[in-house]
Every structure is written in C-alpha cells, then in structure tokens.
Design a protein around this ligand. Structure first.
Ligand SMILES: Cc1ncc(COP(=O)(O)O)c(C=O)c1O
Length: 503
C-alpha cells in the first residue's frame, strides 16, 4: 500500500459507508475539521489523493472531489509537483466557520429540498466568543477572555446546597414552574440589586434567565421586529451582534471612546432605532466605564424617541477602585431600561443562570415569550443559588473574588509595564476581568495574536469584535490566570512581538 502521511490517518479513518452523507462529503468534513482544530497545521502536506484513497479503500473520485472542495474554499492549495498543503494563513472567515454541523447546514441550505431558514444561516455564520479560543490549552492559559477564577469557587459549599435539595426535593423544584423562575431567588436578587447597584425593583419585575445571553435574545425577540434597527457598541459583544442579526434586526454601530458609548447631541441621533444594547459598567471589550453625562444623554434619547435600553451589566460586581457609577436602570426615571445580570462571572459560566429586571408593564410579555423558548431554567440550581445568597456565601465570595481580581489586574499592569511598554499600551483595569492593550506601531492585531499563539499565549485580536476597521489591539482576560502566569504570559507576548518585529 502507498505510504501516507501518518497525520492523515486519524481524521479520516472513521468513514462510514452506511452514512447518508456521500463519501466525498465525509472526507471533506473530516479534513476540514482536522485543519480547523489544528490537527493539520498550516503548511502540512496532505497525502496524495491516490494514497489516501488506498488508505480509505475507496476510489479516487470522492477523495479528488473533497480536495477540490477544500481548495475552492481556501483551506488547502495544490501546486504542481508540490502536492496539496494546508494554507499557511487561514482567512478569518474560515477560522470562524464554526463546528462541522453548522457548516453542513449552510451547505444543505443550497439544496432547496433541505433548505433551512435564512435566520438559521445567518446565525450559523456568526462568530461566538468561546469558539474563538486559540488552541485547546489549559483553562488557565494567559490571557483567555471571559473565564472567571474557576478554582476559587467554593464547590464544597455548593455541593452541600445542591445535595440538600436533591435529598429532600420539594415539589416546587420538580414540577413545571412559572416562566419567571423561583420566587425566593427573585426576592434574593432584588435585595442584592438594591444594596449593590442602587436598583429598586419588586421581585415581580425579575425573570431568571439562562445567562445574560438568554436575556439578550429574549429582549431581541420581545422588543424588536425583523427589519427594525438597534444601536450597538462598536467594538462590542459578539453575543449581542449574533442574537440581533439572527432576529433579522439591523445593527447601527456607535463608537466607544474614553467616555464609553459615544452618543452624539445631534437631534437625529439614532432616530430610527428602537433599542440600544450597552455595557455601561465595564464596556466589553474596551473596559471603559460610561460617563455620567453619557448615561443621562442615553436615557434622554430613549425617553424622547420612545426607545428601550438593554443594559448588559455582566460583571459590574468587580470594581477595584472608586465608587461604581450607578446603573442606568438606577438612574432611569422614564422606565425605559431593561437590566441584565449574570452569574457567569461571579460564579461560573457553565451554571447558565442570569436575570433580567424589566419595566412592570413588560413583565407579562417577557414571561409569556419564555414559555415557548425554554419554559424556565432548571430549578435545582436556582434553589441552591437562593440558599447560597441567603446564607451569606454569595456576599463572601464576591468580596474574596474582588480582591483576587484586583491583585491580578495589578499583576497584569506591572508585568506589561516591565515587559511590554513601548510595544503595547495598556490601561490599568479598574474593574472586571479583561482589558485591552493597544498595539503601538504598524502591526495588525491578527498577526500579533498569531505570533502570541505560537508562544503559547492567547491574545485575542480586537478586530474580531469590531464592525469595520478598528485600531489594532488585543483583548486580554486575566480572570482565571494566576499572577505568576500573568507575568510569564507578558514575557511570552514580548517575545512574540520581538519575533515579528525582527522578521
Ligand atoms: C458583554 C457580555 N455580556 C454577557 C456575558 C455573559 O454572558 P452569559 O451570562 O450568557 O454567560 C459576557 C461574557 O463574556 C459578556 O462579555
């Protein structure tokens, strides 16, 4: 049998002759995933079509068709005499092509009898944060974005609370429940918001949702029709862009400057828009805080245009210095703000719990919509979380984590001053668990990010989050990275920058 590149054996061994998927599609899909997952690296040589066909015991035809498709889509290139190789630099749209199943849907949509809706296709093409993680390294990799300090979570206490409810489950958590979520949890959240965010609301205005993302999606469904316009931050949170585009909503982008969302004083500003989605406490990804004048201007805009504001307050609990500026919802006299909070940062993202505070007259519409989406999030974690808050563990955890993140923010700032000043300029993070480092000079953020990945560091390009052109920057997370690893990450990043500058 002809000799093949050993790497290739793994991704394609699992051809299934009984599958309804044609052989050439199976070969294509496996090779594509091998490239996207990094198993086949840039520049790696694919075996000859003959060798692979022999290896797989199929004719050359499906293998040739798969290679042609991969070449047509830009994953590989063939040169006479040099065979077929994985392209050295993968174009961005391919890197973000999403999991195999998704692309399969997009492809199937070309076959009219198996077409899916346009919105399904739109969402399949959208980027999403967790999929952009570079490599499959440890969860503690510097500077992975949006991961809290997972090892610091008090799992012993949590498991005690969960088992308590499991051992003697009340009917309340076993049966179907009202779409707003557990009443006791909603009361505990209302009390927390009143103390920590100055938000006064009744527990009836609170809906428990499956993380902030579910609140964003629900807002898009209930507040916006297809063809409507929403204002979004640029750069901004991909979860907001994707949910809005999936709902057929037009996105009007508003720049972020030193004071945050740059709402202008023009009388026609955002006149067509029905909703603005903002992250005022700690903008994602630029980590600026929206100034008070801007907050008041935005509230004015909503009031005079009959528009809504969705305030995504995903990590406001972690402010290291100064007094937190009041939430938009707390400043809102016209009852135009829908507030979203999440337990993804304060506890852990896999919990998938968050909440919304909605104006009293919108509660029924929101609760009604939920019944047809996911009914309500699972009740067991809601019950455990209620105890966690009521018994004081939540408050203690927040205070501890605030100190841990402040220490990590400080370590980041010091390490960047020491190893990267001149090449990157970074503002000392005042809140949360991410910041942005601006690239001085002419390098693209994508090239720096790729060079950093080669050194084992995740440094996500800011351009990923931008609508149109952006200043080159890196979005850096420090939530789940120990101070020692932060310093080491800064050194590696400096080495990466050195390498590309001298090539
Ligand atoms: C701007 C923004 N909103 C919300 C979230 C949290 O989303 P979820 O609560 O759905 O996990 C994140 C997480 O990274 C975020 O960056």
């Amino acid at each position: 049998m002809a000799k093949t590149t050993p790497l290739i054996v793994h991704p394609v061994t699992a051809l299934d002759p009984r599958s309804t998927q044609a052989l050439h599609v199976q070969v294509y899909e496996r090779l594509r995933m091998a490239v996207l997952s990094g198993l086949l690296k840039g520049g790696a040589r694919l075996p000859s079509t003959r060798a692979l066909a022999n290896e797989l015991r199929v004719s050359r035809t499906p293998v040739l068709a798969a290679y042609e498709q991969l070449a047509a889509e830009g994953y590989v290139e063939s040169r006479v005499g040099a065979g077929t190789r994985v392209v050295a630099e993968m174009p961005e749209h391919l890197l973000n092509a999403g999991p195999a199943g998704v692309t399969a849907h997009v492809r199937q949509a070309r076959d009219e009898k198996r077409a899916i809706a346009a919105r399904g296709n739109v969402m399949a093409r959208e980027k999403f944060g967790p999929e952009l993680r570079i490599g499959q390294r440890s969860w503690r990799t510097a500077f992975r974005v949006a991961v809290p300090a997972l090892e610091e979570f008090p799992f012993e206490i949590w498991s005690r609370l969960v088992s308590r409810h499991l051992r003697r489950p009340r009917q309340e958590i076993l049966d179907y429940h009202g779409a707003a979520g557990l009443e006791r949890l909603r009361r505990a959240i209302a009390a927390h918001l009143s103390v920590s965010r100055g938000i006064r609301c009744s527990s009836d205005q609170i809906l428990i949702v499956a993380g902030a993302q579910s609140g964003i999606d629900l807002s898009a469904r209930v507040l916006l029709d297809p063809g409507d316009t929403a204002l979004v931050e640029n750069p901004g949170h991909l979860g907001i862009y994707g949910a809005l585009r999936g709902a057929g909503v037009k996105i009007a982008s508003v720049a972020i400057d030193r004071e945050g969302f740059a709402i202008s004083g023009r009388s026609n500003f955002g006149r067509n828009a029905r909703v603005a989605f903002v992250t005022p406490s700690n903008q994602f990804p630029l980590a600026v805080t929206m100034s008070l004048p801007r907050r008041l201007a935005l509230l004015d805009w909503a009031q005079s245009n009959g528009a809504w504001i969705v305030e995504d307050d995903y990590d406001s609990e972690f402010r290291f210095s100064g007094r937190p500026i009041e939430a938009l919802r707390a400043l809102d006299r016209g009852d135009r703000v829908l507030y979203i909070g999440s337990f993804s940062k304060v506890l852990y993202p896999g919990l998938r719990l968050g909440y919304m505070v909605v104006p009293a007259d919108l509660v029924d519409a929101f609760a009604a919509a939920r019944r047809f989406i996911d009914v309500h999030p699972p009740l067991l974690p809601q019950a455990a979380l209620t105890d966690f808050i009521e018994e004081g563990h939540f408050g203690r955890h927040l205070r501890r984590m605030r100190m841990i993140y402040a220490e990590r923010a400080q370590a980041l700032s010091e390490a960047f001053d020491r190893h990267l000043s001149g090449a990157l300029s970074i503002a000392q993070p005042q809140a949360g668990m991410h910041t942005v480092a601006w690239i001085t000079g002419k390098l693209s953020d994508r090239s720096v990010s790729e060079a950093a990945a080669r050194e084992g560091v995740e440094a996500r390009p800011l351009s990923v989050y931008s609508l149109g052109r952006s200043k080159p920057g890196l979005v850096l997370g420090f939530g789940n990275v120990m101070p020692r690893e932060i310093t080491e990450g800064a050194r590696k990043l400096a080495r990466a920058l050195d390498r590309i500058r001298h090539h």
